[in-house]
Design a binder for this molecule. Structure first.
Ligand code: SDX
Length: 392
C-alpha cells in the first residue's frame, strides 16, 4: 500500500492537524545535551567537542564520562570511573551458563540481544528506574557487553570462556578475551578510537527506540535490548557488515566500476553510503578513512583499503551531487577486518560502543519524561458491517 501523507488541514479549533512526517525525518522528538550533528557541514560534536579532537586525544572511557557528565573528567575522576567500570567487567555464572546453551550457529547480534536481556535476570535492581539506579545499570551494561560478545564468539568457536582483564581498558580487555592474547598498543588504540567514534549520534533509529522503551518507565535492560534489536538492521548498524560482504563480493579493484554502476542502475543501495542527516561526508568516516589506511597497511590489507578508496571516488562522481557520501560504516568495515574481527562481529562492535549513547539518552529521557506516543493516520474503511461467518 503506498503511503500518502495526510495534508495538515486546520481542525475545527483552528489549530493545524498534525501531518505525517514519513521516517520522522523532519520531526524533533527529543532534546539532548550529548551530541550535536550539522548534516550540511559534516560536523559531529560530543558535548561541544568535535569528534576529530576526541578521536585524536581522548579514550573511550573518557568519552563515556564526557557524554554522561557533560564535561571532561579531572585525572582522579577518570581514574575512579575506570575503576568503577573494571569492577563490573565480569559476568555472573548464570550468564556464562546461558552463553553455553546458545546454538553455535546463532548470529552474534541475536546472541547479543538475548544476552543483554538476560543481564536483567541476574540484577536484583533491574526494575529500579530511578536516575541513580539507571546510571548504575548503564555502567554495568557498558562494562559487561565486551565479555558478552567475546565469550559468545569463543563459545561458537569451541574455545573455553575467557575472563575479562580488569588490568586493561575496555578495548584491551575485549581483544584479549577474543583472541586469547594481549593486543599490541596499536591494535588496542585502533579499537579504542572506533569505540569513541561510535559512542553517540543524536536521535538515530536505535537511540529513538531505546527512548520509546524507557519512556514507558520500563527498565534500562529492556531499553538496551530494544536498541540492540534496532541497530541490527542493514539500513542502520548492520551496514558495516554489509560493506564487508560487498568488498568480498567485488573481490578485485578492477571489478569496482562495473559492480557499483550495476547497483546504481538497478536502484540498489551501495552499503556504507548515504545518511539521513549527513549530506556531505560523515566526519567519522573522514577520520576512519585515514585510520583504516594505517591499520590496513600495518596488517597487509592495503588492497582492501585501495578498493574502498576506488568505490568512494566512483560514488562521489556518480551520486555525490545527490548528497550520497560515505558514512561511518564504510571505513569501519576495513578497520575491523584489519583488526582481525570476524565479519559478523562488526555490528556487535557498534553496539558495544553505542551502549554509552543509548543509556545516556535513556537517562536524559527519564530526567524530563513524557510517554512517547505519536499518532497514526487512519486510512482504512469506516461504517463497515459485521457479517456472520455463515454469510461470508
Ligand atoms: C548508520 O541516523 C544515524 O545517525 C545512523 C548512524 C548512527 O551513528 O547511529 O549514523 C549509523 O546507520 C549509518 C547509515 C548506515 N546505512 C547504510 O550505509 C545503508 C545504505 N544507506 C541507505 O540505506 C540510506 O542512505 C539511509 C537509510 C542511511 C538514509 O536513507 P534516507 O535518509 O531514508 O534516504 P532515502 O533512502 O530516501 O534515499 C534518498 C535517495 C534515494 O534515491 P531516489 O529514490 O531519491 O532516487 O538516495 C538514494 C535512494 O535510493 N540512496 C542511495 C543510497 N542511500 C540513499 N543510493 C545508493 N546507495 C545508497 N547507499
Amino acid at each position: 500500500m503506498t503511503a500518502t501523507a495526510v495534508p495538515s488541514t486546520p481542525s475545527p479549533s483552528g489549530s493545524a492537524k498534525p501531518a505525517w512526517d514519513k521516517g520522522l525525518a523532519n520531526t524533533i522528538a527529543a532534546e539532548t545535551e550529548m551530541s550535536f550533528i550539522d548534516g550540511g557541514k559534516g560536523i559531529l560534536e560530543y558535548v561541544g567537542i568535535d569528534i576529530d579532537s576526541l578521536a585524536r586525544n581522548s579514550t573511550y572511557e573518557e568519552t563515556v564520562f564526557l557524554l554522561w557528565n557533560r564535561r571532561l573528567p579531572k585525572k582522579d575522576e577518570l581514574a575512579a570511573f575506570e575503576r568503577a567500570l573494571r569492577a563490573e567487567y565480569e559476568l555472573a555464572p548464570e550468564i556464562y551458563n546461558l552463553i553455553a546453551t546458545l546454538p553455535k550457529s546463532t548470529t552474534p547480534m541475536h546472541a547479543l540481544r538475548t544476552l543483554v536481556s538476560a543481564l536483567a535476570t541476574v540484577d536484583p535492581t533491574a526494575d529500579d528506574h530511578s536516575i541513580e539506579g539507571s546510571q548504575l545499570k548503564a555502567l554495568k551494561l557498558v562494562a559487561k557487553t565486551p565479555a558478552l560478545i567475546a565469550n559468545f564468539d569463543r563459545h561458537r568457536s569451541g574455545k573455553p570462556f575467557a575472563k575479562p582483564d580488569a588490568s586493561q581498558n575496555i578495548a584491551g580487555s575485549f581483544l584479549t578475551m577474543l583472541t586469547g592474547q594481549k593486543p599490541t598498543d596499536a591494535m588496542n588504540r585502533a579499537l579504542d578510537v572506533c569505540l569513541i567514534l561510535h559512542a553517540d549520534h543524536g536521535l538515530n533509529a536505535s537511540t529513538f527506540a531505546a527512548r520509546v522503551t524507557i519512556a514507558t518507565l520500563s527498565d534500562m535492560y529492556s531499553a538496551m535490548t530494544t536498541a540492540v534489536g534496532t541497530l541490527k538492521g542493514p539500513l542502520h548498524g548492520g551496514a558495516n557488515e554489509e560493506v564487508m560482504v560487498m568488498l568480498n563480493e567485488i573481490g578485485t579493484i578492477d571489478r569496482v566500476d562495473a559492480f557499483v554502476k550495476a547497483k546504481l542502475a538497478k536502484k540498489e543501495l551501495v552499503m556504507g553510503f548515504g545518511h539521513r542527516v549527513y549530506k556531505t561526508t560523515d566526519p567519522r568516516a573522514t577520520y576512519l578513512k585515514t585510520f583504516s589506511k594505517q591499520v590496513a597497511t600495518d596488517t597487509g590489507n592495503e588492497k582492501l583499503y585501495e578498493m574502498s578508496r576506488t568505490i568512494e571516488d566512483l560514488m562521489a562522481a556518480e551520486v555525490g551531487s545527490k548528497g550520497i557520501w560515505p558514512n561511518v560504516d564504510f571505513y569501519s568495515a576495513t578497520t575491523y577486518h584489519s583488526l582481525g574481527l570476524r565479519l559478523d562481529l562488526f555490528t556487535p562492535m557498534f553496539a558495544m560502543s553505542r551502549m554509552a549513547g543509548w543509556s545516556g539518552h535513556c537517562i536524559e529521557q527519564l530526567r524530563d519524561n513524557r510517554l512517547i506516543r505519536p499518532q497514526a493516520s487512519y486510512i482504512g474503511p469506516h461504517a463497515a458491517k459485521y457479517v456472520p461467518i455463515a454469510e461470508r
